[in-house]
Design a binder for this molecule. Sequence first.
Ligand code: AHR
Length: 512
Amino acid sequence: MKKPLFLLVMTLFYQYTFSQVTTISIKNNNDSPIISKHIYGHFAEHLGHCIYGGFFVGDTSKIPNTNGVRNDIVKALKDLKIPNLRWPGGCFADTYHWKDGIGPKEQRPTIVNQWWGGVTEDNSFGTHDFLNMCELLGAEPYLSGNVGSGTVQELADWVQYTNFAGKSPMSDLRKKNGRTEPWKVKYWGIGNEAWGCGGNMTADYYANEYKKFATFMSDWGNAGGITRIASGSNSSDYNWTEVLMKNIPLSMLGGVGVHHYAVINWDKKGSDVDFTEKEYFLTMQSALKMEELVAKHAAIMDKYDPEKKVAMIVDEWGGWYEVQKGTNPGFLYQQNTMRDAILAGATLNIFNNHADRVRMANLAQCVNVLQAVILTDKAKMITTPTYHVMKMYSVHQDAKLLPIDFKSPLYTFNGQSIPAISVSASKDQSGTIHISLVNIDPVNKNKIEIDVKDLGAKGFSGNSITASKLQDYNSFENPNKIIPIAFKGFEYKKGKLEITIPPYSVLVLEGK
Ligand code: AHR
């Protein structure tokens, strides 16, 4: 007998909406790597209003500050458990001469910031300001040394100035400038984007430069020494990684960088807030390329370093759009929408799942630049959807990765497809389980069944973040439009989590 049309439509609707269940299995595995907290790192360049008018307002400002650094930003970043902060660039790093930024402020020379807006840099925020700020934040500093226009001696001196406890020309100078104890900076980048703004070098040439600079950067007898980090490839330039790994002795190499921005098209990057579904799809396609990049760069590193001693450090990542209308094109100021929250959640899941090799990453950039977690407008400060995702995900910091087995359903647009679901999971030192899930699909909810029998949790709770539309953002007028809320769309029975994850949402479940 033929089904009435109404029943047929209802059946198809039901099947389409509810029958596609994605099954995921999460296992306990003692051999899994620890997700380094440093994957949740940030980046602050002398660019636009990241430092000046962002972090740093000066100690005469009416905005509450500690030695010129805004107290509200310090609090927000401490709440985020910021593990490290990269400074002073970026492209700026290869024009920066650190001795310009020490000593009495009124005597510091000015320079022109040639990469970012041609503005005058008065060097009022320098080494002491940055390293003392890192102490306030409880974050490890990651200094990018100048290779492009600096000298070996200059970088060797910077290490001595910041790290040497004994008597030496540089430690004496540090003491004269008011700091007795060394800061013991661990992370040192040797140049930035050496293939581009850092000097337009070939990989072979840079590998030689790296060895020369690295040789003279002493550990100064500090426990644990310093981690020397090579300026890494531009996105999928696998040859760059191959040449560095082949030519630099592993004993001289603590980490190799990778930079990858999620961008639709470098010539036409699209609006930060007024974007179409097509632009959303293309941004996410570019962001999810991180999976392939990390896997392929890691495979090259494995060839030369099978014991995985050298860290992969994704020291610049994030979404890059056209600047906000009416703002200085050289300042890279953009709003941060729900699209950015999805981008952050999916990218951090990729890093977590590759924790065996990816041991540090730095979102670009922390305040007022690109995919910022914090935006300021004079005395006002807001946190962005990306901030909330990083805060929700901070539970993974230094937790043990739990391996996941699953096949994602697809999000298809205009005949092209990308995975709709992104997931990672970890178990922290107290035995608490965290599962972070992202539904990238902007239209369809997804039913997910997670087998967690192996993990022995008694119960689960959750938080999620979503919005009325993908283009929504937190503004200075409405700063809490997008914030995490309790998530109730799941059931936990017989070792299985049955979840219905709404379109374009990020979710973190906690099991105890
Ligand atoms: O983050 C902005 C710029 O992007 C950095 O200065 C540079 O390293 C990259 O090209």
